[in-house]
Design a protein around this ligand. Structure first.
Ligand code: C5P
Length: 227
């Protein structure tokens, strides 16, 4: 069967990773969560005092980028790959609201983007990949055979993220999560380098009123046409 590249972009908490994981499993493809990579660089910047709510030492972070080694490792128990920063599994640390609050600031830095895009392109060079993020269909793989752009209302997305964080035992307020979703939307769509924008040839999936199964079936039918 033909191997293709599937690019899934969209706003935060639109369920991109859920869909991408389902597709990768069904097709036997590799799944890459590029948001995890931006989150891991952000965690590194936080650990080294380069970024906080009140400051960003862009130059120091750029200088340290060669020391930031990222890789994914497949966890057979979970059925997907986990993010490692300099050899340490950081899956839990990168999903906190603290990292979510700072990640868009770090993701605005062109040098950070260039480093991560290069690694993402390398991971996808043999196709048979499902990658999700903000710039996959526009910058990372502009020639992807299938591009999906996912969207849903900010309230629906904040509710999903809130439920997820509570499930993981993190104490957060719905208002804070909603504010974070809106702030990230704003920064991600307005930044100069690789803003979040629908690729001309992307198919829009608004899943505000769709459950996971409906969404998966809809997209799987689109994928089958491309194989
Ligand atoms: O996908 P997730 O919400 O985990 O991504 C976290 C943040 O990383 C986004 O809000 C965005 O600022 C940044 N990001 C990006 N480009 C990508 C993936 C994520 O700028 N391809």
């Amino acid at each position: 069967m033909k191997k293709i590249t599937i690019a899934i972009d969209g706003f935060s908490s639109t369920g991109k990773s859920t869909l991408a994981k389902q597709l990768a499993k069904q097709l036997g493809y590799v799944y890459v969560d590029t948001g995890a990579m931006y989150r891991a660089v952000t965690l590194y910047a936080m650990q080294n005092g380069f970024v906080s709510e009140s400051h960003l030492n862009k130059e120091a972070l750029i200088q340290s980028l060669p020391n930031v080694k990222l890789h994914f490792e497949f966890n057979p128990d979970l059925g997907f790959a986990e993010m490692y920063l300099n050899g340490i599994n950081v899956e839990t640390e990168i999903r906190t609201l603290d990292v979510s609050r700072l990640v868009s600031k770090v993701a605005e830095i062109s040098e950070v983007r260039a480093k991560l895009v290069e690694q993402q392109q390398e991971m996808g060079k043999n196709k048979a990949i499902v990658m999700d993020g903000r710039d996959i269909g526009t910058v990372v793989f502009p020639d992807a055979e299938l591009k999906i752009f996912m969207t849903a209302s900010p309230e629906t997305r904040a509710q999903r993220r809130y439920d997820e964080l509570l499930e993981k035992g993190q104490s957060v307020s719905f208002a804070d999560v909603l504010q974070n979703v809106k702030e990230r939307d704003y920064i991600d769509t307005n930044r100069e380098d690789s803003p979040l924008v629908k690729a001309d040839d992307a198919i829009v999936v608004d899943n505000s009123a769709m459950d996971r199964t409906e969404q998966f079936e809809l997209v799987l039918n689109i994928v089958k046409d491309k194989l």
